[in-house]
Design a protein around this ligand. Structure first.
Ligand code: ZN
Length: 491
């Protein structure tokens, strides 16, 4: 850390002169650079709250083992949607593909124009057994209380699915006619990480592929709007739009030995040797890089900070080597900059007095776009030594990176800024996986963005206890989707 701080002093000194000039001339003063504000949008908030609450009350829990899934809950969810959104079901085609995925088709008069797709998943994760009592309101109650709608799926992602339905229903009420086709693709098993023909999203992508349909754009869950407030530095709403997703891979690393009684141990047992390899991997991390997404994230934030900070941020190119070093020391930021290495499981002998004949550990890697599962294997072999067994258990390469000059990205940016004068639209890298990755074969412009204002505390309730969404964030969600659909299908 000392070295890092030293570097900071030198670079800061070198950059400070130019920084001051640039900061004073390049950027507008905080608060944030607002877009042209949009006229209000009609949204039936009461209906949205009621329907979101009902949606949460139906526990659409999926499982990788389909035989244990209660499919009647998904059927009940489908019936509920039909009843809640009559115009959607009168005007859009609906096909159930894969086991229970929903594919809605809003036809236009121009089938030759590339359609847009709005994605969401119907399934939610179960509540960890034993934690039910920790909830302030039961997880499947859909309780509306204390300014929130409570329950599993409130932010991942029935809010988003119901928000899209509200938007389409309202557009139909208003007599809107799209000039290009719109698809709503609601998968049924995003949370169980099914692959290939078992994955609802993948089957829907194949549906498009078989018909030779390429999509103009896809929007799915991923980023949200986060309040960023640091006294006298920044006061904005950071709208994170995910352009790409990291990949992941698990490798089992094993070391063999003779074993025997623990009373006569060698200098290093198999487990001791394995530990050395694991430390070696931890000490030789993948190279951290300030990716273009992270650079634009810093740039966007920097533009909206107050003078002294802007002074530093406006000289991004000068400070890049330094920032790379500093950021790579901060784990949450570092995970956006490199393929991460996490040793997660280990096995030795079956008893305290037995030397292991085989010691194994599992290491989980999250892969940066631009690298592959094969790169990870090469990296392990480089540091593991020749007598080590390296076996891949499961893995997936990272997604492609979507561009920021597409119609869809520009629409997201324009609408966010037009709706919220505090909005800072920042492309970023999604750490987890979403259904949208499945659509790469039929679409180049895939964005992961959920238009709801959140706090980091609320986001941490995803998959956890007391998942809930502020009622105050719902109206803007629907208004965003209405505008997004209109913006992209007006011509
Ligand atoms: Zn989700």
């Amino acid at each position: 850390m000392k070295k890092v701080l030293k570097g900071l002093g030198v670079a800061a000194a070198a950059g400070v002169g130019i920084s001051m000039v640039r900061a004073a001339t390049t950027y507008k003063a905080a608060p944030v650079d607002a877009g042209e504000q949009l006229a209000p949008e009609k949204v039936d908030v009461d209906r949205y709250i009621k329907n979101l609450s009902k949606a949460i009350q139906i526990p659409t829990i999926c499982n990788v083992d389909e035989s244990v899934v209660d499919w009647s809950k998904f059927d009940e969810f489908h019936d509920f949607l039909k009843e809640a959104y009559p115009l959607v079901h009168e005007n859009l085609g609906l096909e159930i593909v894969s086991t229970r995925s929903l594919l809605y088709h809003w036809k236009s008069a121009n089938p030759d124009k590339e359609p847009i797709a709005l994605l969401a998943h119907q399934d939610v994760v179960p509540v960890t057994p034993g934690t039910e009592g920790d909830w302030e309101y039961p997880p499947f109650s859909g309780e509306v209380a204390d300014g929130f709608v409570w329950g599993r799926g409130a932010i991942d992602m029935k809010n988003h699915l119901i928000g899209v339905m509200e938007a389409v229903e309202t557009l139909l009420e208003e007599g809107y006619v799209p000039e290009r086709d719109v698809y709503l693709c609601f998968g049924h098993n995003e949370e169980v990480m099914a692959e290939g023909e078992l994955c609802g999203a993948n089957v829907m992508m194949e549906w498009f592929k078989e018909r030779g349909i390429r999509l103009d754009s896809v929007i799915d869950e991923g980023g949200a709007i986060l309040e960023v407030k640091v006294d006298k530095v920044i006061d904005g709403h950071l709208a994170g739009v995910g352009l790409a997703e990291k990949g992941h891979v698990d490798f089992e690393i094993s070391v063999n030995a003779k074993g025997g009684h623990s009373s006569q141990p060698p200098k290093h047992s198999a487990l001791g040797r394995l530990s050395k390899i694991l430390c070696n991997l931890e000490n030789h991390q993948f190279k951290a890089e300030l990716t273009p997404q992270l650079c634009s994230l810093f740039n966007e934030i920097g533009k909206n900070t107050s003078y002294p900070v802007r002074c530093v941020m406006s000289n991004f190119p000068v400070l890049k080597p330094l920032l790379t070093k500093v950021c790579s020391e901060i784990p949450p930021v570092a995970s956006m900059m490199r393929t991460t290495t996490a040793v997660t499981m280990a096995n030795g002998s079956p008893a305290p007095n037995v030397l292991p004949q085989k010691a194994s550990a599992v290491v989980n890697f999250r892969i940066m776009p631009g690298q592959t599962v094969e790169d990870v294997e090469k990296h392990i072999r480089k540091y593991a030594g020749p007598k080590t067994e390296v076996k891949m258990l499961a893995g997936k390469n990272p997604s492609k990176i979507s561009p920021t000059d597409s119609r869809a990205f520009k629409a997201i940016e324009k609408i966010c800024k037009g709706m919220d004068p505090k909005a800072i639209v920042a492309p970023y890298l999604v750490m987890g996986g979403t259904d949208s990755r499945q659509y790469e074969d039929v679409c180049d412009n895939i964005y992961r963005y959920s238009p709801y204002l959140m706090t980091t505390g609320l986001l941490l309730t995803t998959h956890g206890t007391n998942e809930r969404i502020p009622v105050s964030s719902l109206e803007d969600g629907v208004a965003f989707f209405k505008r997004y659909i209109r913006e992209l299908t007006a011509d």
